[in-house]
Each structure stands twice: as structure tokens, then as C-alpha cells.
Ligand binder design. Sequence first.
Ligand code: UT7
Length: 327
Amino acid sequence: MGVIVKGLGASLPEKVLTNYDLEKMVDTSDEWITTRTGIKERRIAGEDEPSSKFAIAAGKQAIEDAGLKPQDIDAVIVATVTPDMMFPSTGCIVASELRMGDIPAFDISAGCSGFLYGMSIADSFIRSGKAENVLVIGVETLSKITDWTDRTTCILFGDGAGAAVLSRSDEEGILAIEIRADGSKGELLYMPAGGSRMPASEYTVKNRLHYLKMNGREVFKHAVTKMPAISKLALEKAGVDIKDVALFIPHQANQRITVSTGERLGIDMDRVYSNIDRYGNTSAASIPIAWREAYDKGLIKKDDIILLAAFGAGFTWGAAVVKWRKP
Ligand code: UT7
């Protein structure tokens, strides 16, 4: 018995925010943003568009792509740091809206590595016999926790969702998944208030503590070492050489991180997927959005080997080696 990726989906808000729009909001320039990050524009959710809206659309598309119905799904895992509410989980909202019945549904918080964490849990659910088909969604509306007066962070992030259906199969599709965390670095990328440590108060609102805070330089430094290292480990566990990887889809955090990771892995840039210019950093959603896009473009063929890797808040990081089994 093996586990395969049977379907992929993605959903993005319609509203586009360009670097030129940002020039009017904070002291920045298209030139600075482009050279430092590779981002040209990003999608922004409307006031009446919560994360669940994009999660449901991406999930629906992934289920259809798998040739399944929502009732065939045995569990829903939503990776996000911007759920609709603290509780109930966005997973419960998705399962209810898609009329999936009384199946397990929950959220996981693993920052930008959330989708790989979700894939790892889904893989274990299926291998242990608890489920046949699991829907994994990565979704963020980071614009809602972005401080639009802070030029060091507001130029980076975007909104959207991506999803995958993992299913039991006679073939093997998930060759390896490795996930890791180091909580001692938590405050290098975090949202200070709104939890039990610092509940919402007049003080927290006044001091802008409900926004994402990041030490960009430190996060960068760790991302460019952890992502290649865990990718190498996952490749080794899968018994795959980097030269046999058809496409590397890294978390889209910064084009400089993507290029550096590609170089450290020794893979040519024409086999490294990037769409950060159009969507910015969509955290847990970035890998499945990019994956669906590459698939739509015909860049992935049956039996191709795909490498995925991410790094983010926690710190968390991870990598997966997947053999594409769809025709
Ligand atoms: O998804 C995982 C989580 N996130 C990441 O992986 C992000 C990781 N970090 C990064 O991508 C980069 O560190 C940033 C893009 C956030 C920043 O790039 P950097 O090359 O590390 O710039 P820096 O923070 O060292 O800042 C360089 C200069 C500073 O000015 P001084 O001190 O040299 O005078 C900043 O004040 O650029 C200034 N700066 C800006 N200038 C124009 C910072 N933000 C901006 C801006 N526009 N938006």
C-alpha cells in the first residue's frame, strides 16, 4: 500500500496590490522590493473574505481534480496562522460547508511549513488505516494581520489558498516527508497579542500588537540553511538524487532564498518553480498554489519526482519528495 497525491486545487483573491500601490502607502519603492524579494504584486482578500472562503474553493477544486466527491473525504486538515476565528477551527468550517459529514476536521499552526506538516499528518492517517482520502489545505489571509505602516513586513505577504487530496493507492507517491521545529526562535516571527499570553486589550490594540512582527534578517539566515539541509535529508530517505528531481517547488518567501536554496542543492533554476513575483509570500498556501499552477502549465508529468521544502514561523521547516502518479 502507498499514498499518492490524487488532486490539487488553488484559490486566490481577485484584488491585486502592486509595488506601485505600496509606494503610496509606505516609504518604499518598486525597485527595492523587486531586487530584495522578487515580488511585483500580491493578492489581497476583501474585508468580507475570510480564509475559509479560499480554503473551501481550493478544497473543492482538489476534490474534483481527484475525481472524488466531498463525501469521499475522511479527514480535513487546514494549515493556517490566519484562521477565520481562534475557534472553532477553519477545518470544521470547510468540512461543514462542503457537507462532508461527521469526519475529523482541524487546524494546524506551523507557519509557512504548515502545508508540509499537514501532508505528513495526512500520510500517517492513511498509512495507519484511519483514512483513505485526506484533504490538506494551506490557506492564509495574512493581509489581515499585516501592519500596513511597517515597510519591513507589509511588502512581503499575500493571501490565497492551495489544497491537495492524499489517497491510499497501490502505487507509492509520498517517498519521504521530514518535518522539524525549534520553538526557541519563536519571537523572530510572531504575532504577540490575541492569545492567552496577551489577550486583546486597549493596550494591545494601541501598541499594534495584533500584527505580524518579524526579524527579517534572522529569518532569512535560518531559511537558507535549514531548507537545503532538510531537502537533502528527505532526498536521502527517499533514495533520490537531486539530478532526478523534475521540479523543486520551494515555499515562496523571497526569490533570494529560493535561488540560494537551489544553489546549495545543486539544481538548475529551470527546474525550480517560482511565482513569488505575482503572489508574494502566502505562507502555508504558497507550496500548493505553486504546485497547482505548475500542474496547470503542464510542467509535471506522470512519474516525475517533485521536491517540496519550506521554512517559517515556529521556527518550523520541512521537505517532501513526491512521485507524481497522475496521468
Ligand atoms: O516565509 C518565511 C518567513 N519570512 C521570510 O522568509 C522572510 C525572510 N527575510 C527576508 O526576506 C528579508 O530579510 C527582507 C526582504 C524582509 C529584508 O531584506 P534584507 O535584505 O534582509 O533587508 P534588511 O532588513 O537588511 O534592510 C536593508 C535596508 C535597511 O536600511 P538601512 O538600515 O540599511 O539603512 C532597511 O531599513 O533596507 C531598509 N528597508 C527598506 N527600504 C525600502 C527595509 N524594508 C524596506 C522597504 N523599502 N520596504
